[in-house]
Design a protein around this ligand. Structure first.
Ligand code: NAP
Ligand code: HSE
Length: 429
């Protein structure tokens, strides 16, 4: 009996597309045993045929025509690895409407237009799988949708951007400058083509929108996520964090609270004893807190060619199994609730605050009075340096306080002549 062949098309042959191609080629011999079928890459959509020819065994599979793929009835699976909103959205919707199953790693698109894509897949009875969109090689979408389906999930938090984790690790462990560490992360294929999305926390914000939607069964889009990047973190902050027994990580935190869903990404101090403090380089880790499972942690390579390709190919295998068993579209959109998003001003956090002030009697008392007047309670305070120019540096850690009250106290402090500068404010987990 001849082996069943399932034909697929790759859109994009960059970092992840190139990796997915390699993994699919390397699995050729195994596929039949694993799946009872073989996946054949019939077409690869690229922009530059000549450049791409060096990357494939048979350049005749390359095309620069999307129509050629869309119109081919033998192509059952489209693997979108171009990135960006357009033309990826148009191509994915067209593929689904043509009855083709889609695998994508495109978190930008899912975080903004996930509902439309999922609704279309459901309507057409097609698979739309996106395990690689969050956490690179780490399985997290499927565990949330399937293995942890019996839980009411209260919190999902963690390190979901490999580039920034790599940069912060190099700054912490090797004293590397920000720009040098960013260049290294880009060379290793962790960073997006425009790394602004990584370093400003936008990439992590998109991933948190996807995670929160699935974890809480209620649609969260990128616009609902508050984001802050790591560009203002200095060697001095890292040093203070160390003195306080902490490290600085870019954390995504999503909570399902009685007042609604809160979801944000920001640099945070976490104690060195916390398991996430040991998650370094391009590794990602995601904590899930559920009512039945209690705590579960998922850890692994969060970015890069082969780890991300591993997740893409896992999805392709799942689609093939569904095709073989005639059960495509069995796990579609899981957002069946409409939970409100909590106002960012009402979200509570502890804060680390570094300020330069005039070094004279009564300044500390005045600063403390501002905090007290705005319901900000101080948990820890250090005055480490008195400078030759008469300035003193004060570092505070607050107790939990609503963002609005904390911002009010900052506004007053910034208006006081005895406060010269507040260079850093960082949340504390
Ligand atoms: P990349 O290296 O920039 O690759 C994208 C490829 O798509 C490039 O080769 C580009 O061609 C091609 N492309 C773009 N628009 C196209 C079009 N209209 N027609 C044909 N080809 C087109 O990006 P990547 O890092 O592989 O990322 C791909 C996707 O995976 C993104 O959605 C990203 O967010 C996601 N992702 C990436 C990682 C990672 O570690 N890199 C991890 C998880 C998820 P040119 O060479 O001509 O520009
Ligand atoms: N640029 C992303 C990161 C790739 O650094 O995590 C994985 O999504």
């Amino acid at each position: 009996m001849s082996t069943k062949k399932i034909q697929a098309a790759l859109l994009g042959l960059g970092t992840v597309g190139g990796g997915a191609y390699k993994v699919l080629q390397s699995q050729k011999e195994e596929m039949e045993n694993k799946l009872g079928a073989v996946v054949e890459i019939k077409r690869i959509l690229v922009r530059n045929l000549e450049k791409a020819a060096k990357k494939v065994e048979d350049p005749s599979v390359l095309t620069d025509s999307w129509e050629q793929i869309l119109q081919d009835p033998d192509i059952q699976i489209v693997i979108e690895l171009m990135g960006g909103l357009e033309p990826a959205k148009t191509y994915i919707l067209a593929a689904l409407r043509a009855g083709k199953h889609v695998v994508t790693a495109n978190k930008d698109l899912l975080a903004e237009h996930g509902k439309e894509l999922m609704d279309t897949a459901k309507e057409m009875g097609c698979d739309l799988l996106f395990e690689a969109a969050v956490g690179g090689g780490i399985p997290i979408i499927r565990p949330l949708k399937q293995c942890l389906a019996g839980n009411k999930i209260r919190e999902v938090m963690g390190i979901v951007n490999g580039t920034t984790n790599y940069i912060l690790t190099k700054m912490t462990q090797e004293g590397m400058e920000f720009q040098e560490a960013l260049a290294e992360a880009t060379r290793l294929g962790y960073a997006e083509s425009d790394p602004t999305a990584d370093i400003q926390g936008l990439d992590a914000g998109r991933k948190m929108a996807i995670l929160a939607s699935i974890a809480f069964n209620s649609r969260v889009t990128f616009a609902d996520v508050t984001t802050e990047g790591i560009t203002k973190i200095s060697a001095k902050d890292i040093q203070y964090a160390r003195e306080l027994g902490c490290v600085i990580k870019l954390l995504g935190v999503a909570k399902n609270t009685p007042e609604g869903i809160e979801v944000g990404v920001s640099p945070m101090l976490i104690p060195q004893s916390h398991p996430l403090a040991a998650v370094n380089d391009s590794y990602n880790a995601i904590f899930v807190v559920g009512d039945a499972v209690q705590d579960a942690m998922f850890f692994g390579r969060g970015a890069g060619e082969m780890p991300t390709a591993s997740a893409v190919v896992g999805d392709v295998f799942d689609v093939v199994r569904n095709i073989m068993h005639n059960c495509c579209g069995r796990i579609s959109c899981t957002c069946y609730k409409e939970i409100p998003i909590k106002r960012p001003e009402a979200v509570k956090n502890k804060y680390f605050l570094r300020m330069r002030v005039e070094n004279r009697c009564g300044v500390l008392a005045s600063v403390a009075q501002v905090f007290a007047g705005n319901r900000v309670s101080i948990s820890q305070m250090i005055q480490t340096q008195v400078k030759a120019d008469g300035q003193a540096e004060l570092v505070f850690i607050t107790d939990q306080v609503e963002a609005q009250y904390f911002q009010d106290s900052l506004t007053v402090l910034n208006s006081m002549s005895m406060v010269y500068k507040i260079p850093t404010v960082i949340r504390v987990y």
